[in-house]
Design a protein around this ligand. Structure first.
Ligand SMILES: NC(=O)c1ccc[n+]([C@@H]2O[C@H](COP(=O)([O-])OP(=O)(O)OC[C@H]3O[C@@H](n4cnc5c(N)ncnc54)[C@H](O)[C@@H]3O)[C@@H](O)[C@H]2O)c1
Ligand SMILES: OCCc1c[nH]c2ccccc12
Length: 299
């Protein structure tokens, strides 16, 4: 069973797991998108800056799935200083679509200090019917507060970094979004496996995986879902894609979520301590070098 669908604040229904196309080379992006759809994904997440919208669109068409049966998200990434509407039209043309389901501001810094004005342009795109829903990505609480001050339409989602090693730093943002009915879309859920293996999260994740006879990556996706997020993930491997979808069946208990949170928070503290030590060492070296230079001048 795949992940449950999620109802957005504009009344539309989004599939709870999406296949992302970041870093997929153009020569294989079409086939990988088609493979994801054939395995059962009905939600594709791409972006202007991923430079593979054309191929993702081809994969979509080659899958034979009807347009209305697949959710397509793309993002305005401010490539080449094009305006928002021009970028959107170009993305649609590349994807071979006459609308996308969801259009996101890829990062607040792309708004160059004018979040309100950029969002107003997104609202116009929705009114024009070029995009069905509008949202944001990588927005902090302060960025969302700025946007909400003048927004006529609320963002439906905020696509954010979400994995156990950022749980402490992201919790206030998740709480703010819940208060305002903005759904989190979590990316890089598998960081504990892909870039931080051997960390404190491994133990509780493996224990849960053993108990349920599932793979660790499935537990991490279930954790992200338990945090209320739509999961955005990816793989070139069919077996992994199948496992991701099957993770929709895993419902973690509050105690299991807490055990992963606790281990994640420990990892966050350990990282901060390491960064502090590196900072002090750098400062010490600079001070020693300065002292040596002064001595050379004086002597
Ligand atoms: N909005 C943004 O700024 C932003 C940023 C990053 C990603 N994204 C989106 O999210 C998507 C997924 O991002 P991601 O790649 O960081 O996600 P992810 O954390 O889901 O990692 C996916 C990778 O994990 C690998 N993997 C799966 N199981 C594994 C295992 N057991 N051991 C080791 N590796 C394993 C996969 O093969 C794949 O390469 C992107 O394609 C993009 O669409 C958006
Ligand atoms: O979405 C993946 C991360 C990423 C790649 N290029 C970008 C440009 C702006 C914001 C995020 C990204």
């Amino acid at each position: 069973m795949p992940f449950d669908n999620v109802k957005l604040n504009d009344g539309r229904i989004i599939p709870g797991i999406g296949f992302g196309t970041w870093k997929i080379p153009r020569d294989v992006a079409g086939d990988q998108t088609q493979q994801a759809i054939e395995v059962g994904f009905d939600h594709i997440d791409t972006a202007q800056v991923y430079a593979n919208e054309e191929e993702a669109g081809r994969g979509l068409r080659d899958s034979g799935l009807k347009r209305e049966k697949v959710w397509v998200t793309t993002k305005w990434s401010g490539v080449g200083d094009k305006g928002v509407r021009e970028s959107c039209l170009e993305s649609l043309q590349k994807l071979g679509l006459d609308y996308v389901d969801l259009y996101l501001i890829h990062h607040p810094r792309l708004c160059k200090g004018d979040i309100e004005g950029t969002w107003a342009q997104f609202e116009l795109l929705k009114k024009e019917g070029l995009v069905k829903s509008i949202g944001v990505s990588n927005f902090t609480v302060d960025d969302l507060k700025t946007l909400l001050k003048t927004a006529k339409i609320k963002p439906v989602v905020n696509q954010i970094l979400l994995h156990p090693y950022v749980v402490t730093q992201q919790t206030p943002l998740l709480e703010f979004m819940q208060e305002h009915d903005i759904v989190p879309e979590g990316y890089s859920s598998l960081i504990p496996l892909t870039s931080k293996p051997g960390g404190p999260v491994d133990k509780p994740v493996q224990e849960i995986a053993d108990k349920y006879k599932v793979a660790p990556e499935q537990v991490l996706l279930a954790w992200s879902r338990a945090k209320g997020a739509i999961v955005i993930t990816t793989s070139s491997r069919k077996d992994r894609l199948e496992r991701y979808l099957a993770a929709g069946d895993i419902k973690l208990t509050d105690e299991q979520v807490e055990a992963i949170d606790k281990a994640g928070a420990k990892g966050e503290r350990d990282d901060k301590r390491k960064q502090k030590v590196v900072g002090i060492a750098k400062y010490g070296m600079l001070a020693a070098l300065g002292g040596w230079a002064v001595l050379k001048l004086v002597l």
